[in-house]
Design a protein around this ligand. Structure first.
Ligand SMILES: [Zn+2]
Length: 705
């Protein structure tokens, strides 16, 4: 490792700048032709004009500021620590106190916190040093560089060079540090100088590199050498020495930072590493990081886009420098989210996901349409261009949008298209999702059945075998909370527990990470269905689950559970809204156990073979019938929903070895709609279901007739 590093340092410091000798400008992801196109677009289209106006405003403000650039000589901290220590919700940056200290407010502005540099998780100032100082310099540098290329006004160039020189002078004075408070290159996410991990350093550097590339040929040879040797090479040298994460969304950011530095400075060894390094390079990430359906393997929609952005940036950079082969596969990665989008164009918050409204990710599809002319992207683009939130307001994972995302760069005139993506049922056994869809327009019922088939479980996956999300009546009804900030106690304490999902908990412990599978998928008499199964979420427990959209207001979920030993079975269910109807129970003592301890207002209702409850979601009463083969207790409580939304929660609890439960989610609020009968005495029996005049049979081996 050491010998390798020395060799690497001598390779990069020994090289000459090749781009200086060529007449062609150094190009990363933004070409001369792109700049010419932007110049035309901003005179022709309102949306391009307003986009450009924002950038120019930032550039104008930045060039008017002639004060010397003062950089903090300590690095930034991990953004996930920026949470209220009492409530776990994100903090709000407050008044600047000078000398890199701020006030930090809770969400209701009733409490003020001060950073403590000696405790990493309380170093709130460190977070703002990254997001308010270094990120802003990166944004200004980009705005100035682009403004210079568009307007050719040297005032912009001058200030841009001052920013670069400030980093040339100070970058290596900022010590390495990791997000645990140490400086361990082998820590999970390595070290940074600007940030507290090599990931944050890479994300920031990619922004800087795009900016510098726009003016690289306007720098003197001396300025380029200094930038390369005092800033960029020390940064990528550090990133390359950090722990190899293999197939990982983070690795893609490392690759982009290193590869783009290589292309900018004409350093072939950096380029080769970023594109082809075995087990981690771009080629490998594209080949191994996605399922055959084009989904990033962690099955967390937020991380799909987070991994995809650096892939696009590096692939485009390679293409602009003659290596075109990485572009074609990107189409599939852009197509994939369309398959799992709910009718309101939000994506389910599976695993470590936050709100993901596809039109807010418009830039990806502006890019996709420019490259692949796929008309399926048009609803996203049309809605995205009208989206008032602005990408910069999407404060979520994958939010590393700067104000100069792909929109201005790639947008073209497009035909007006329907502003929704048509829903249809879809079987994705190689990814681990089935989508069941029926009805049209506002009557669309959409259910995603999730079964993890990937043995290569990533950091961002949750122990949620056979989880599901239901959308109907124009909104999410059965939900997955996704994740909060990783520094919030509820991240590990709730989001990453089985109980936080529509899933099965045995003996109040989390599931193991094992494989689930699809048994069958199809449509019977107009009823879409999906049968799924896991035998390895818990040792000695087999769980089969069937979903059926039985009619325009009835969604059935059938659970067959068998355990080798007597077990406490908790079938866990989260339904949005506020309680409308439930039987009175007695107070239930909330156990001090991971997951459970985040519940509030818990009650328990004595064992019965039928329980009914309902919630009210925006004027719609959604009722649930839970019919069971053995009397079960029903625990009701309030759990944590998406972004801490208080969400009604129910557990069907049974202690034993065998249980069958038929759940019916009734969109019309009816509470007495479904009957069933067990047909045989098998450990997982066949079931006759009666809904009004409709009769059909569910067989846990995967058939419905
Ligand atoms: Zn989850």
């Amino acid at each position: 490792m050491k010998a390798y590093s020395i060799l690497f340092v001598s390779l990069i410091f020994g090289c000459f700048i090749s781009t200086a000798q060529t007449a062609q400008r150094a190009t990363l992801n933004i070409t001369n032709a792109d700049i010419d196109n932007i110049k035309i677009k901003v005179t022709q289209y309102d949306w391009a004009m307003s986009r450009w106006a924002k950038i120019k405003l930032l550039a104008d403000e930045a060039q008017k500021d002639h004060t010397p650039i003062d950089l903090p000589l300590r690095g930034g901290n991990w953004g996930h620590y920026y949470v209220d220590p009492e409530e776990g919700k994100p903090l709000i940056p407050g008044k600047y106190l000078g000398n890199w200290h701020w006030e930090h407010y809770n969400q209701s502005h009733t409490k003020t916190y001060y950073g403590d540099e000696t405790k990493i998780s309380k170093d709130y100032d460190g977070v703002l040093i990254l997001t308010q100082i270094h990120d802003h310099w990166a944004n200004k540098l980009f705005a100035l560089s682009l403004a210079y290329r568009i307007d050719h006004n040297k005032i912009y160039l001058q200030r841009a060079i001052e920013i670069i020189e400030a980093y040339n002078k100070n970058y290596t004075k900022i010590p390495f540090h990791d997000k645990e408070g140490g400086h361990d290159f082998n820590a999970g996410t390595g070290v940074g100088r600007i940030g507290a991990q090599a990931l944050d350093e890479s994300v920031w550097l990619v922004k800087i590199l795009q900016a510098i590339s726009l003016i690289w040929d306007d720098l003197t040879v001396q300025q380029r050498l200094e930038t390369q040797n005092s800033f960029l090479y020390p940064a990528v040298d550090m990133i390359r020495k950090c722990h190899d994460l293999g197939i990982q969304n983070i690795s893609n950011w490392y690759n982009a930072a290193v590869g783009m530095t290589g292309y900018l400075t004409g350093n072939d060894s950096l380029i080769q590493w970023a594109l082809y390094e075995n087990g981690r390079g771009l080629k490998y990430q594209i080949a191994e990081g996605f399922t055959p359906d084009g989904d990033w393997y962690e099955n967390a929609p937020s991380y799909h886009f987070y991994a995809l952005k650096p892939i696009i940036l590096l692939a485009e950079t390679a293409k602009n420098n003659g290596e075109i082969k990485f572009i074609a596969s990107i189409k599939k990665f852009l197509d994939a989210p369309l398959q799992l989008t709910m009718p309101d164009m939000q994506m389910p918050r599976f695993n470590d996901s936050r709100d993901l409204y596809l039109p807010a990710y418009n830039g990806y599809y502006e890019y996709g349409y420019a490259r692949f002319k796929n008309e399926n992207y048009l609803p996203i683009i049309n809605k995205g261009r009208q989206y008032k939130g602005g990408v910069e307001k999407v404060v979520k994972i994958g939010n590393n949008f700067d104000p100069f995302d792909f929109t201005l760069l790639y947008s073209v005139a497009i035909p007006q298209k329907e502003t929704s993506i048509p829903s249809h049922s879809l079987h994705m056994p190689l990814t681990g999702f089935d989508v069941l869809s029926s009805g049209k327009g506002k009557e669309t019922i959409w259910l995603a059945s999730k079964y993890d088939i990937n043995p290569n479980h990533g950091w961002h996956m949750h122990p949620d075998a056979l989880d599901f999300v239901l959308f109907a009546k124009g909104q999410q009804i059965s939900m997955d909370p996704g994740t909060a900030e990783y520094g919030a106690p509820s991240h590990v304490g709730w989001d990453k527990t089985t109980i936080a999902h529509n899933s099965l908990v045995i003996n109040q412990t989390n599931q193991n990470f094992k494989n689930d599978k699809s048994i069958s998928f199809g449509k019977f008499n107009g009823m879409p269905y999906s049968f799924v199964k896991t035998d390895s979420a818990y040792v000695g427990v087999s769980h089969t689950r069937a979903y059926v959209i039985a009619d325009s207001s009835t969604i059935l979920i059938a659970d067959w559970i068998n355990a080798d030993a007597v077990s406490l079975m908790d079938i866990s269910y989260h339904q949005r809204g506020s309680w409308q109807f439930k039987q009175d129970g007695k107070k239930w003592e909330i156990p001090d156990i991971l997951g459970y301890k985040f519940l509030k207002d818990a009650e328990i209702i004595l064992p019965q073979s039928k329980h009914v409850f309902s919630t009210n979601i925006k004027e719609n009463e959604i009722a649930v019938e839970a019919l069971s083969s053995k009397p079960v207790e029903l625990i009701t409580a309030i759990g944590l929903g998406q972004d801490f939304e208080p969400t009604p929660y129910a557990i069907a609890r049974y202690k034993g070895k065998e249980l069958f439960v038929l759940w019916s989610i009734n969109l019309d609020g009816s509470k007495d709609k479904v009957q069933y009968e067990l047909i045989d005495k098998n450990s997982k029996p066949k079931v006759k279901v009666v809904i009004g005049k409709k009769i059909f049979y569910l067989d846990p081996t995967g058939t419905i007739n």
